[in-house]
Design a protein around this ligand. Structure first.
Ligand code: GDP
Ligand code: MG
Length: 439
């Protein structure tokens, strides 16, 4: 989705004035992009209708920057499509709050149960109890117990000879006795939806009266994820969806359709196998990401957790005024290194997926060392105005940093690309008072 939409958006962005025919053409592109991304047909139809209405309206045609206005409309409607404001997690006024995790086999239920427990404790200071109620999949109980061990959290299990309903019942009693304020029930999945599974899940629901029923779906399964969500919702009445494996090469269509098809909000997204790879779902951020602005907010949030806020503010300002220099870049590299695996961060950089060289550079930690050495070998003026770096300067820099002229060239090119991306992004967010949303 991202690629196709990004190309379209790049085209639109350049437009001076648009007429109705232009809007029509843009909408055709957007429509194709969405369909290609596996978004539900009916969802696309309604979406295009809404955007078109707004796009040919006053709002866009009369504006001085119609291209940007169209993008704004598309972004707002995408956000709306994915559920508007982000959703909260329930808190029962009679603890424990019970969360039942359901979904097909392999969707990521057990992993997400662990991640969610981790998040509840870390962010909300809760004391969750994990409940192993998948008695069918070999080693499912063991898997949850291993996660519990990693988290140093208790896992309630009665082996695989006791029914899930009985497990849930005893787990609730145990949780009350031990003062756990959350109970997360990890249930069994099947390869496909079947009556028996649904019957059993209904029984567990009946008994445990969950405050939340989260469906865990694999984002990679595209349109199937939407169908699965639809049936689970019909049978069990979901309160939320967790979309997993968004770190992979997914098309994103599922995120767009699930809400409108099932009327159930996506509450969290899974971004990796590790226990901290779960994030609250922000429709607006997802829309930005889809539109190629990169997940700047998430990046800044991450940065805030790891570096001091002053520096981040400074960086944001520099990005906005385009006075970002190679020195800042160097500084950033150092800070980025503190933020965690580079691969995870890469996807959040605006347009990073478009810059092949940058991608390779970022992922290879060793090369980062080279990049740092190159920048350090530059003079102050060179760092501020890389355009003055001619052939002889390049030779000197390469020699000084123990690298090659090619590497110096590559870095300058990458930095240039990055600045272009920042400029693009700044243009898109300009005029919006919120800016990059520093709260
Ligand atoms: P379950 O059958 O629904 O309980 O699924 P599991 O929790 O056992 O997960 C199945 C596989 O998906 C495991 O290998 C997980 O590590 C992996 N997985 C789960 N969530 C994510 C995610 O967000 N990203 C990635 N890359 N892998 C995930
Ligand atoms: Mg499981």
């Amino acid at each position: 989705l991202a690629d196709r939409l990004q190309n379209t958006m790049a085209k639109i962005r350049g437009k001076g004035k648009v007429n109705e025919a232009d809007v029509k053409e843009m909408m055709r592109e957007v429509r194709l992009a969405l369909l290609e991304a596996d978004v539900n047909f009916k969802v696309v139809k309604d979406f295009i209708k809404r955007v078109s209405e707004r796009a040919v309206g006053q709002e866009v045609m009369k504006s001085l920057t119609p291209g940007q206005q169209v993008i704004k409309v598309v972004k707002e409607e995408l956000t709306e499509l994915m559920g508007g404001e982000q959703s909260q997690i329930a808190v029962s006024n009679r603890p424990p709050t019970v969360i039942m995790m359901v979904g097909l086999q392999g969707a990521g239920k057990t992993t997400t149960t662990g991640k969610l427990a981790n998040l509840l404790r870390k962010k909300h200071n809760r004391s969750p109890l994990l409940v192993a109620a998948d008695i069918y999949r070999p080693a499912a109980i063991k898997q949850l117990e291993t996660l519990g061990k990693q988290l140093s959290m208790p896992v309630f299990s009665l082996g695989d000879k006791v029914s899930p309903v009985e497990i849930a019942k005893q787990a609730l009693e145990f949780a009350k006795k031990e003062h756990h304020d959350y109970v997360l029930i990890d249930t069994a999945g099947r390869l496909h939806i079947d009556e028996e599974l649904m019957g059993e899940l209904k029984d567990v629901k009946e008994l445990s009266k969950p405050d939340e029923i989260f469906l865990v779906v694999d984002a990679m399964t595209g349109q199937d994820a939407v169908n699965v969500a639809d049936s689970f919702n019909e049978q069990l009445g979901l309160t939320g969806v967790v979309l997993t494996k968004l770190d992979g090469d997914t098309r994103g269509g599922a995120a767009l359709s699930i809400r409108s098809v099932t009327n159930t909000p996506i509450k969290f997204i899974g971004l990796g196998e590790k226990l901290d790879a779960l994030e609250a779902f922000h429709p607006e951020r997802m829309a930005s990401r889809i539109l190629g602005m990169g997940d700047v907010l998430t990046l800044i949030e991450k940065a805030q957790a790891n570096v001091d806020a002053e520096k981040v503010k400074e960086l944001e300002q520099k990005m906005r005024t385009q006075s970002f220099t190679l020195d800042d870049f160097l500084d950033q590299l150092g800070q980025v290194r503190n933020m965690g695996p580079l691969e995870d961060l890469l996807g959040m950089l605006p347009g990073a997926n478009k810059i092949k060289g940058l991608k390779n550079m970022q992922v290879d930690e060793k090369q980062i060392g080279h990049v740092e050495a190159i920048i350090r070998s530059m003079t102050k003026v060179e760092k501020e105005q890389p355009e003055i770096i001619n052939a002889s300067r390049k030779k000197r820099i390469a020699k000084g940093s123990g690298t090659s002229v090619q590497e110096v060239n590559r870095l300058i090119k990458q930095f240039d690309d990055m600045k272009k991306m920042m400029k693009q992004m700044t243009n898109m967010t300009k005029g919006k008072k919120k800016g990059l949303g520093m709260k």
